[in-house]
Design a protein around this ligand. Structure first.
Ligand SMILES: [Zn+2]
Length: 276
């Protein structure tokens, strides 16, 4: 009985207020599993974990998104945001921290701080910094933060929340979508970062972009990056020009992934920059 009441309550909330549109921004807060929620703000995704002592948010995304989210969390769950755990310092995910920072303690990698206030950096400093790993016990949940090394940025953190076993992974794994444009100019570093993610233990992956995934998406991303690197390297070794390499290299196993046609040439360009 208790269980069915609980299920009904969740369904009612989802039907009632999950979807909001203002201007050309579409926002959704939807349940992933247990107390873990996914916040979509157009093409950016953040994660919310509701605990006994308050809500934990990963990326604020930007001030407008964070303001909407803070209000939504208060209205739906009756909670304040007690912690903000940003994935990394890039401004498209990490702006707006000041909105949550009035109630939240911000925990980030130690390299995050130097990016605060810089172009494309976060807008507010962290309160607590760590270098390799940090485990936070809060409101009946455990938040395991792991620094994944340099590659896509130099302050990227992956968070796994337990007992739900959900990972939040931004920019380095976007399930069934190509890596962003020429971000592959850091391909060796990104491969190293994704390898660290592949060593973590979780059931569901909530990404910073695209739909939710699993460890299989981590494995596929690693395979994509390694295949791209080896194909581009073979062409470079054969003395081909950038234009020839872009015209020659294809990745047919990944044709079904989002942005394949638009971003493959840019992915190749990035890899050429990295390897030449
Ligand atoms: Zn980024």
């Amino acid at each position: 009985m208790r269980h069915s009441v609980c299920v009904f309550a969740v369904a009612a909330i989802t039907a009632g207020g999950a979807h909001a549109q203002s201007g050309d921004v579409t926002r959704n807060l939807t349940e992933v599993t247990g107390d873990v929620w996914r916040f979509d703000n157009n093409f950016h995704v953040s994660m919310v974990v509701v605990t006994d002592e308050g809500a934990v948010v990963t990326d604020p995304i930007n001030a407008e998104a964070a303001t909407w989210l803070e209000t939504e969390i208060r209205d739906r769950f009756g909670k304040e945001v007690t912690y903000m755990l940003p994935s990394h310092s890039h401004g498209d995910h990490g702006s707006g921290g000041e909105v949550l920072g009035d109630t939240a303690t911000i925990i980030a990698h130690e390299n995050y701080q130097k990016a605060v206030g810089q172009d494309f950096g976060p807008t507010t400093p962290a309160d607590i910094l760590f270098s390799d790993k940090l485990s936070l016990e809060h409101g009946g949940k455990t938040f395991e933060l792991t620094y994944v090394g340099a590659g896509h940025g130099d302050d990227m953190v992956v968070m796994v929340v337990r007992p739900e076993n959900v990972a939040f992974v931004v920019d380095i794994v976007s399930p069934k979508r190509l890596p962003y444009r020429d971000s592959t100019s850091a391909i060796d570093g990104i491969i190293g970062q994704v390898q660290v993610v592949s060593g973590l233990d979780f059931d569901i992956l909530v990404p910073g972009h695209s739909g939710n995934g699993t460890m299989e998406d981590v494995t596929e991303t690693l395979a994509y990056l390694e295949e791209l690197k080896s194909k581009v390297k073979a062409e470079l070794d054969a003395g081909k020009s950038l234009e020839e390499i872009v015209a020659t290299v294809s990745m047919p196993d990944y044709e079904g992934w989002a942005n394949y046609a638009e971003w493959l040439p840019l992915n190749i360009e990035g890899a050429v920059k990295a390897l030449e």
